[in-house]
Write a new protein. Structure first.
Length: 742
């Protein structure tokens, strides 16, 4: 957990103020209206308060819909099954299981979460007082609505913020970094420093992952982001595509330096450098004034870049270097052309968003729904855990009369399992953190409940005490990053529940202990069942996620082997979608995988592993998009215009052999990864490029020569990415992670 001294955050202080005021106002309203279970309204405030007004509104709407649906559903079940206890329990367990399953497989996961909780609470209350079922349903719904209205009013009046502004700022920072990288590369080319060509910095390579995380929050907060979500996703994909093309462009230049082939004359260098500087200017135009793009897109800079591209193929004069044009010059021209096309796509996306419209459907990523088996694997385990937990708690309550407050115990089981399921990051162990915070909150609230509250007179003095008590807890909840803040969420939840405010206040040691033990029992049952089903360590989650990602890369290479297949674009979109999701999961796991007790598994090495994966996927995506672009340029008669060659097949086989070596390393930690396939193929590839170039300059180019010369840098870039990833993977002591610590 980050040190307390480093957690001062003005935005968190403001959010904590809003949440604290909202909780106290909600308490006041429900106590004034004398609702039967007043704690539900302040709990709604606690869970709904977000830094952004739109996100709170969306989450509140999901809470209302889920609450109303749960109330209606349980009333129907009670009407038919109130006389058959076991049939009712079976039906409710099915409702809970379906709801938890849908949390992972629906866009409205929070609504399903509230449906399960509402159904359990109302059914539990109705089992004690069947005649009050309808009244309970109405009161529960009313309390939820009160909490939602309080959040919206406070968030709307006190310094409202929008998540879209955070996304726009992060995207502009990424564009500024991209423009700077292009400028540095252009300056290195003009100076002839091919052996010292700059690599994109780590922050720039990781920008697509961070932007997708921010976009998820912005889409909840803003109607515009929600409506144009796919266009924003295309914008992020465009940024990743530019990065990939820029890396491939650099690989062609490095290929010249490492192959000791002087292929760039002074005019060539000046043209190449000028093209890069013009592209940097185009990216800066997008970054500095996105609102003006609808009227004046950066067409001049892009047009100038294409003019400089044309000069690369023109005869610059009588210099010997110009007469002996090399294959690598042609490859560099191909890569530069791809880079310009990607920047043009970036500009098109910026123009569309500045005008408030979507990109054409053909320019948007294809949304592919995962197969049934994948959806079941994602949602079924926790659904079964929730059903089993519900049955177990129901049996304990019915047969053993434990816990003392059975409805609370049942609810806590669903809460801890639902919180774990909502995040979809098992490695964070959210339920465990929430439960530990809940125990701490119970202990912290006891002095307030027994020693302070009985001395107070009136709600005003009580509000002042609660403000002082709640604010520090809620500050750290907002200041700390997930999942560390869940400890304080649990503490805040118990601080609301355990004060047990009622219209007619009473104080009871037995009641306090009974409520505490009921909540603790629910936590224990839920966490125990979650541990049985998915109790892997963060390091094991990291290993398994890496295995899945490498296996997906292997399948991708096989499925996309034929660039002339009719559904190449659709297959590429399907694999890219899966790889993006796996990379996002990996980025969430990595912060939890550090192992201070293992020297070879420190933070720097784990971060280097994630960085290597991000770079490899960017390079691999750029390769496949370059193959797709070449496929489009071949026209209808692809077999004659772009005949198949063995160049890509050799590289693909080398990549797949290396990927399987990496998979073997993850399964057998003592195994040393062999890069012999990449080493052998690099020499073969360089000799093939030289042979093809010699034939081409001789006037009789072989079929596929242009393709080989153009695509070579992309393949060598992927090989470099695999080497870097292998080094990062072998730098970690996987065997130490798979042995008991003690």
């Amino acid at each position: 957990m980050p040190p307390i001294a480093r957690t001062w955050n003005p935005a968190a202080a403001l959010n904590a103020l809003k949440t604290t005021l909202g909780v106290i106002v909600a308490w006041g309203i429900v106590l004034w209206q004398q609702l039967p279970d007043p704690f539900l309204a302040p709990i709604a405030v606690l869970f709904l308060q977000t830094p952004y007004l739109g996100a709170s509104l969306h989450k509140g709407l999901m809470r209302v819909l889920g609450t109303l649906a749960g109330a209606l559903l349980v009333l129907v079940l009670l009407a038919f099954l109130i006389q058959d206890r076991w049939a009712l329990i079976g039906a409710l367990s099915a409702v809970v299981a379906v709801s938890i399953y849908m949390i992972r497989n629906s866009r409205y996961g929070y609504a399903w979460f509230m449906l399960a909780i509402t159904a359990v609470i109302i059914a539990g209350d109705a089992s004690l007082e069947p005649s009050m079922a309808f009244a309970k349903a109405v009161s529960r719904s009313t309390e939820a609505v009160v909490g939602i209205l309080v959040v919206l009013v406070i968030n709307g009046l006190l310094w409202p913020r929008t998540g879209g502004a955070v996304y726009d700022r992060a995207y502009r920072e990424a564009l500024a970094g991209l423009a700077e990288q292009m400028r540095r590369l252009g300056e290195a080319v003009s100076a002839g420093a091919d052996e010292r060509l700059p690599q994109p910095p780590k922050t720039l390579r990781g920008a697509p992952v961070r932007l997708r995380e921010i976009l998820a929050a912005a889409a909840l907060d803003s109607g515009g982001f929600r409506r144009l979500r796919r266009t924003y996703e295309a914008q992020i994909d465009g940024l990743a595509a530019v990065l990939g093309s820029l890396m491939a462009f650099g690989e062609n230049l490095r290929l010249a330096a490492e192959g000791e082939r002087a292929f760039l004359s002074t005019p060539h260098r000046m043209a190449l450098s000028s093209a890069l500087l013009e592209l940097a200017a185009a990216v800066e135009a997008i970054e500095q004034d996105p609102g003006a793009l609808a009227e004046q897109p950066p067409a001049d800079a892009l047009s100038a870049a294409r003019q400089y591209l044309g000069r690369l193929s023109a005869d610059p004069g009588q210099e010997p270097e110009a007469v002996a044009e090399s294959a690598l010059l042609h490859a560099t021209s191909f890569a530069l052309n791809g880079l310009i096309a990607r920047v043009e796509g970036l500009a098109d996306g910026a123009v569309a968003l500045a005008a408030g419209r979507s990109l054409p459907a053909s320019a948007l990523a294809v949304e592919v729904r995962g197969p049934l088996g994948e959806r079941l694997a994602r949602g079924l385990p926790n659904a079964l855990v929730a059903a089993a937990g519900f049955w177990l708690m129901a049996l304990l309550w019915i047969e053993l009369q434990w816990p003392p407050f059975g409805v609370i115990g049942l609810t806590m089981v669903i809460v801890v399992i639902g919180v774990e399921t909502l995040a979809n990051v098992p490695v964070h162990r959210r339920a465990r953190r929430l439960a530990i915070g809940g125990v701490a909150g119970t202990l912290l609230t006891a002095p307030v409940y027994f020693a302070v509250m009985p001395q107070l007179d009136g709600f005003l003095t009580l509000s002042l005490v609660l403000f002082v008590f709640y604010y520090p807890i809620l500050y750290f909840f907002h200041a700390l990053p997930p999942p560390h803040n869940l400890f304080f969420l649990g503490a805040g939840l118990m601080a609301i529940l355990m004060v047990q405010l009622e219209p007619t206040q009473t104080y009871s040691v037995v009641g306090y202990l009974g409520l505490s033990l009921s909540i603790l029992t629910g936590f224990i049952v839920g966490i125990t069942l979650l541990g049985i089903v998915g109790g892997r360590s963060p390091r094991e989650h990291l290993r398994l996620t890496l295995k899945d990602l490498l296996a997906t890369l292997d399948r991708t290479l096989g499925d996309l082997a034929d660039r002339n297949r009719p559904d190449f674009a659709a297959a590429l979109a399907r694999h890219e979608q899966r790889l993006r999701a796996q990379l996002q999961s990996l980025a969430e796991i990595v912060p939890m995988a550090y192992a201070a007790h293992t020297l070879a598994n420190d933070r720097e090495r784990i971060d280097a592993l994630l960085e290597a994966v991000e770079t490899l996927l960017i390079r691999m995506g750029a390769l496949q998009r370059a193959r797709a672009r070449w496929r489009e340029e071949c026209g209808a008669d692809r077999e004659n215009n772009c005949p198949r060659t063995d160049f890509g097949r050799h590289w693909r086989e080398a990549f797949q052999v290396t990927l399987r070596e990496l998979l073997r390393k993850l399964d057998q930690p003592r195994h040393s990864v062999s890069l012999a396939a990449l080493d052998a193929n690099r020499d073969l590839a360089l000799s093939e490029v030289a042979r093809v170039d010699a034939l081409r300059r001789g006037g009789d180019p072989p079929p596929g020569a242009v393709y080989i010369l153009g695509i070579a840098g992309h393949y060598i870039g992927v090989a470099r990415g695999l080497r870097t990833f292998a080094e990062a993977l072998q730098a970690i002591d996987w065997a130490a992670w798979r042995l008991p610590r003690f």
